[in-house]
Design a protein around this ligand. Structure first.
Ligand SMILES: C[S@@+](CC[C@H](N)C(=O)[O-])C[C@H]1O[C@@H](n2cnc3c(N)ncnc32)[C@H](O)[C@@H]1O
Length: 454
């Protein structure tokens, strides 16, 4: 087998989709990953990286399209770095996500033959996101570009007039903010020179309540123009219940943890999901696909198998949504979450939904489980829903010590899930089943619910 070199142009038959959205092909047995391709495609592709065991190639030309290739409905594909699977027929992309979960469990976790079930398909293939974060940058002529990073670029933004993952209302709100910025003569922040005023615009919606919260992130010294934004927003969109303004005077492209003031209304919205009404603060995490959150939580309930008598731990609880939705089926719920605002939301949410058997604790899961050991009731069922990095070693050790008979793992990253799953299996658990739930259609992201028993 001769290994291809950088800049070689290869003819490839794509047979699979890899995690991350690239097509997979073989060249003399050597694996080549090629973005923007679909299974069944016959393509020409240029090698951009050649490693010992695999190469990455850029698509040059689709010679013969495969049966799973479709025309992406969004005009910003493939320049926009947001969606990577719009060119793949949905059923095929969904099946590939299932295979990727099984493949990660086998390759990373050495867990073969796991019951990875048929994924729950997305209810809405487009327009499903309840939260969008737009970046600002100057276009070639200096004019404001407001949208998402050009794929592979840190300094260039695709100017988006309509994002197909956002709702019609979310798109309209962004356009109102854009018109305000242009009318005020605000300059977009330039990542190269570190000059300019407008940096980010965030739009968060309560899909079931219709409430919208807008956040703008600017450089210092833009208070006066921002004070005029609520008038424009509320005149055009009565749904807007609040505007917050964060100031970033550093070079890092961050939107959280910044000095923030409330300019108008309130800094939270309400959302309804799984029979509960939730208050979501600007700083609190919430699932970005509200309708599929119903499906996700139904799978969590199935995996938890509560009978009304158990102590339930809701770890990485966010605004407490999972534990509150399941509280009726439990004797007692203990929620642990690191973001203080989210914990305050969780406490209010439990009370507002008439849930009295719920305690929310602020702190790191691993630390709280160690420090409050003996003080907290022992869990019968523990649910973990960590960020993409998965569980830290100490959190895994604490959970293994607590040894809840049932463990439910809600994962948003199959590689860290596979690693963590192996550690639970090593520690005495059986992985009964895994159910992918497609929260992120058109993108390669994978959400899955897993049930472990001791
Ligand atoms: C994927 S979200 C899940 C939230 C919630 N379960 C839901 O369904 O909306 C992960 C949450 O874990 C929190 N978190 C991250 N690291 C943590 C840690 N070490 N200890 C406790 N919470 C943490 C984040 O703030 C976030 O709210």
């Amino acid at each position: 087998m001769e290994r291809p070199r950088r800049d070689d142009v290869l003819e490839l038959d794509v047979h699979d989709l890899a995690f991350g959205g690239a097509g997979v092909a073989r060249h003399d047995g050597y694996v080549v990953f090629c973005r923007d391709t679909a299974p069944g495609d016959h393509v020409r592709a240029r090698v951009v990286k050649a490693r010992r065991r695999f190469a990455e190639a850029d698509l040059v030309e689709v010679v013969t399209p495969g049966p799973g290739r479709i025309a992406p409905p969004c005009p910003y594909v493939p320049r926009c770095g947001g969606c990577r699977l719009q060119h793949v027929e949905y059923a095929l992309a969904l099946a590939a996500k299932r295979d990727q979960v099984a493949e990660h469990l086998a390759r990373i976790g050495h867990l073969e033959g796991v019951d990875v079930r048929e994924p729950d398909a997305a209810i809405e293939p487009f327009g499903y996101r309840n939260k969008m974060e737009y970046s600002a940058a100057p276009g070639p002529d200096g004019a404001l570009h407001l949208g998402f990073h050009v794929r592979g670029r840190w300094d260039e933004i695709v100017d988006v007039e309509a994002c197909l993952l956002a709702s019609a209302l979310g798109n309209a709100v962004r356009e109102t903010v854009r018109a305000w910025a242009v009318a005020e003569g605000l300059t977009p922040y330039d990542q190269r020179s570190h000059t300019g005023q407008l940096r980010h615009v965030l739009v968060r919606e309560g899909v079931a309540t219709g409430q919208v919260l807008v956040s703008v992130v600017t450089s210092p010294g833009v208070e006066e123009p921002v004070d005029r934004l609520p008038a424009a927003l509320t005149a055009a969109h009565p749904e807007v219940v609040g505007l917050v303004h964060s100031v970033n005077d550093g070079v890092a492209e961050v939107t959280s943890g910044l000095p923030t003031r409330l300019v108008h209304g309130r800094d939270w919205i309400e959302e309804r999901v799984a029979g509960v009404t939730l208050r979501l603060s600007a700083a609190a995490f919430f699932q970005t696909n509200t309708r599929m959150t119903e499906t996700l939580y139904a799978r969590v309930a199935e995996a938890a198998g509560l009978d009304g008598n158990q102590v339930l731990y809701d770890l990485f609880a966010g605004v407490g949504s999972i534990g509150i939705a399941l509280a009726k089926g439990a004797r007692e719920v203990v929620a642990i979450e690191i973001v203080e605002e989210a914990v305050a939301d969780a406490e209010r949410n439990a009370a507002a939904n008439g849930v009295a058997n719920h305690t929310a604790i602020a702190g790191d899961v691993g630390v709280v489980l160690r420090e409050r050991k003996g003080e907290l009731p022992e869990p019968d069922v523990a649910i973990v829903d960590p960020p993409r990095g998965g569980l830290a070693g100490r959190a895994i050790r604490r959970i293994l010590e607590l040894a809840p008979p049932t463990l439910v793992y809600v994962s948003c990253q199959p590689a860290t899930f596979a690693d963590n799953a192996a550690k639970f299996v090593e520690g005495g658990y059986t992985l009964e089943w895994v159910r992918p739930v497609d929260m992120f259609p058109q993108t390669p992201h994978i959400e899955a619910v897993a049930r472990f028993v001791r």
